[in-house]
Design a binder for this molecule. Structure first.
Ligand SMILES: CC(=O)SCCNC(=O)CCNC(=O)[C@H](O)C(C)(C)COP(=O)(O)OP(=O)(O)OC[C@H]1O[C@@H](n2cnc3c(N)ncnc32)[C@H](O)[C@@H]1OP(=O)(O)O
Length: 140
């Protein structure tokens, strides 16, 4: 599958959004999460991904973490009211103070539970000390 980036160039996007790792969140959007088109706000999706990634990162860091970066993302399909949104997350890369968490989002729709691939992103979290500064990750 290809998609068009904000700069107009076409970018490759993984054909399959993996259900890899654990399902950290399963969420049903509310009416207030819907924009004028009847779709769920992109910011709502990002927020769910940040929450799910933060749960996994805090487990890796065994303490407080902050999101330092989100790689560019593509939203493949709209989320509609009634969809059940599942957020999968797993550790992809570990540095000295940071950990990159791959977060994949899918929806299931209707009584037949049609599977809709929504988006994938790599979120980097930094382990924080009591002064909100980076601290080394504990040994795995
Ligand atoms: C603005 C907001 O409120 S966003 C909401 C939530 N996020 C936050 O509040 C975080 C705000 N940012 C911060 O507080 C600071 O940037 C911190 C504490 C996260 C990091 O401070 P820095 O001085 O940048 O730390 P430093 O340069 O040592 O980098 C720390 C780690 O982050 C990584 N990092 C920093 N910037 C990036 C980036 N853009 N992409 C990927 N990794 C990055 C570094 O590679 C390093 O990882 P490593 O130790 O595993 O090699």
């Amino acid at each position: 599958m290809t998609s068009r980036s904000s700069t107009g160039s076409r970018t490759r996007f993984p054909v399959t959004i993996e259900q890899k790792g654990e399902v950290v969140l399963r969420v049903v959007p509310h009416l207030t999460d819907i924009n004028a088109n009847g779709h769920i706000f992109g910011g709502w999706v990002l927020s769910q991904m940040d929450i799910a990634g933060g749960i996994i990162a805090a487990r890796v860091a065994r303490g407080a973490v902050a999101t330092v970066a989100i790689e560019s993302m593509t939203f493949i399909a709209p989320i509609l009211l009634g969809d059940i949104v599942s957020v999968y997350a797993h550790e992809e890369r570990r540095g000295r103070t940071s950990v990159a968490i791959r977060i994949n989002v899918i929806a299931t729709r209707g009584v037949k539970e049609e599977r809709i691939e929504l988006t994938s992103g790599l979120f980097t979290f930094v382990a924080l000390d009591e002064n909100h500064r980076p601290r080394p990750l504990p040994d795995a």
